[in-house]
Design a protein around this ligand. Sequence first.
Ligand code: F6R
Length: 357
Amino acid sequence: EKGTYPHYMLKEIDEQPLVMRKIVQNYQDGEGELEIDSDIVKAMKDADRIYVIAAGTSYHAGLVGKQFIEKLAKIPVEVHISSEFGYNMPLLSEKPLFIFISQSGETADSRQVLVQVKEMGYKALTITNVPGSTLSREADYTLLLHAGPEIAVASTKAYTAQLAVLAILAEVTARGIGHEVDFDLVQELGIVATAMEALCDDKEEFESIAREYLTVTRNAFFIGRGIDFYVGLEGALKLKEISYIQAEGFAGGELKHGTIALIEEGTPVIALATQDFVNLSIRGNVKEVAARGANPCIISMSGLETDEDRFVIPEVHSLLTPLISVIPLQLISYYAALHRDCDVDKPRNLAKSVTVE
Ligand code: F6R
């Protein structure tokens, strides 16, 4: 039930801090240490390469998850769009493990790949929000998101839950392999939950950013480097699916290879700057588009900010910034859709779970 909320989407955005805390609780053992079913950890350890298969927002979560797994567990990861994988299968490694990420657990494109890889004799893990869903039943292993039902078509809390579960999977696997993890993930996810609360309390600010940048525009760009690029892809998807503004996410450095031709007077460019090692270069990209008339909106992280930034998110561990930086983008999309009189929870042409190919 959406209670006093005008839309499920807003309620689900607000639930994210609580979901974070629930996930940590659900994946803790009696001593408070993060724990994953030992069969799953063994399957991860045995794999020489992991293939993540997903669609839409879940695919974007997979892109971030690749960073978690490669940085912490040091297992190579490829992330594939499920609808492409079947007929465009890459050369597989000797000992692959497949991870299906799907909020609903019913996405037909992903199911087809699962059937295919099971026939080839490979093991599969499903990360889903729905216990007993088809993908969960058909896979060898399941990890649950514990995000509660997601009703709005635009996925919000499932995305951050997917990131949290992927981080936990990466951390527990890393420890299982014997790699040192030099931070306390339980503590860091707690910091994330608190930061999420602060952002959810700042709705007026995001409403005003949406009003300022997105009320009249036909298009918008999201740019970032590294992990921020992947969050930009998700920001663009959120904006286009509910506000019908044509939005594209781009790697900051790739803009000048063509897309910058689309920048006109007033084009909104939302730039994420949460990563120290690319802070200067993403700001360089902002200057490039601003020089061509763009209206830049820089969202940075505390510690990396400058006077020109429109919003500064609280500081969290550099690997976990996507859990936080996506929230302004979710809220900006929500208000942009609202200002444009769009049906936020049920955008045109879309269904919550896509059970056709
Ligand atoms: C975006 C959205 C879709 C889904 C995609 C995959 O907000 O909801 O892009 O993420 O259809 O759905 P699941 O995760 O259920 O497989």
